[in-house]
Design a binder for this molecule. Structure first.
Ligand SMILES: [Mn+2]
Length: 377
């Protein structure tokens, strides 16, 4: 049996101002297309060995009320899977789960599609699959509205004998800060439930593909949703289940490149900073990329004097360019006030441009530097 484990597609997410030729937000379309690539892979695996099932571990949608376009997109992809008889179990994540039951859940839309199993009622559900050789039980707990409900569901979990047991959850892991995203309604899974009685635990929520336990993995998201994820490779997990053994492979979704680089502006004037940014843009060949430069130790004045219009022109092929100023103590303005070495240089520079004879300059310099030295001591 071959299974795809994916999560955090965040359909409906959009960002920045670039639009496609048809007028849609480019990042929104990127996110749709990343999910399409997962479905394309399932329908047409490169090695020709068929996929039986997709497990989606939550945050299919970016919000509780996705746009009509996002819903239609998901529905179309699910129909493609349904027609190809590829099963799908999709659990609700914190992004798409309403706080109030009255709001109603967008996953209801998928209730009656053959072979598509949405799990969104705040309750533990089980699904059995068999391809003749292997028996699989998928144990699914969707995002619960509170930690107590989650715990109640976790306590009900019971792996089945004589079958391969796969557990699907969405959330961070209690006691492991690195897997938290800081969302207000983030669910935290106590580690004792991520135990060895499961053949595989398919996690969603944390956007980086990572092993939490030898049998528990975050698949990673299918696209990048912030500069914090710039270094991470989006993708999904391709699982192979044969005679009680499991093999696992990460498949990248080839998401749009996202780059974030620091620039130390401490000793640079606005023109030099502008030029340096332009040079960096050429070096990374900005076409189609999402780019951020973190301007370390820049002064407010320097930041205001950067030639933004020029940078906008030279980065017009990038999908997005942003500058993040970090006004710091090491900025030139701060240095000139605190560093005597620099004051000396400035004094010399000032003297040199005075309209007096070089003999007078020499005398003035000597006196001024003497006073400066006294003050320093
Ligand atoms: Mn999430």
């Amino acid at each position: 049996m071959r299974i795809i484990h994916t999560a955090d597609t965040h359909l409906g997410y959009s960002a920045y101002t670039k639009v496609t030729e048809s007028g849609f937000n480019q990042r929104e379309v990127d996110v749709y297309e990343a999910f399409n690539r997962v479905v394309d892979f399932a329908l047409n695996p490169p090695d020709g060995k068929p996929i039986d099932l997709i497990i989606h571990a939550g945050d299919l949608f970016d919000s509780v009320r996705p746009t009509n376009r996002a819903m239609a997109w998901a529905l179309n992809q699910f129909l493609r899977l349904s027609k190809a008889k590829i099963k799908l179990v999709v659990i609700s994540g914190n992004h798409e789960t309403p706080k109030l039951k009255e709001t109603g859940h967008v996953f209801r839309l998928f209730e009656h599609l053959p072979g598509i199993f949405p799990v969104y009622k705040g309750e533990y559900e089980q699904f059995r699959f068999s391809n003749g050789d292997e028996n699989l039980v998928v144990h699914a707990i969707p995002h619960c509205t509170n930690q107590a409900t989650l715990k109640k569901n976790l306590e009900k979990l019971t792996p089945k004998h004589g079958a391969f047991n796969l557990l699907v959850l969405h959330g961070g892991v209690l006691g492991m800060k690195e897997f938290r995203k800081g969302d207000f309604n983030e669910q935290l899974i106590p580690t004792n439930y991520l135990n060895a009685e499961w053949d595989y635990i398919a996690l969603g929520h944390f956007h980086k593909h990572v092993e939490v336990r030898p049998n528990a993995f975050y698949s990673g998201s299918t696209e990048r949703f912030s500069f914090a994820e710039a270094q991470d490779e989006p993708g999904f997990v391709d699982l192979n289940l044969r005679s009680g053994k499991i093999s696992r492979r990460f498949v990248p979704t080839k998401a749009r490149p996202m780059i974030t680089q620091p620039i130390d502006c401490g000793d640079l004037d606005p023109l030099a900073i502008t030029n340096l940014i332009e040079r960096r843009l050429k070096e990374i060949s900005c076409k189609g990329k999402v780019i951020r430069f973190v301007l370390d130790n820049i002064s407010r004045e320097s930041y205001r004097s950067i030639d933004f219009n020029h940078l906008k022109r030279v980065s017009s092929e990038a999908l997005h360019l942003e500058l993040k100023p970090q006004i710091g103590a090491k900025s030139a303005e701060a240095k000139s006030l605190t560093t005597i070495g620099l004051l000396k240089d400035e004094l010399r520079a000032y003297m040199n441009q005075l309209d007096i004879s070089s003999k007078e300059k020499a005398i003035l310099k000597e006196i001024a530097l003497k006073y400066l030295a006294e003050v320093t001591e």
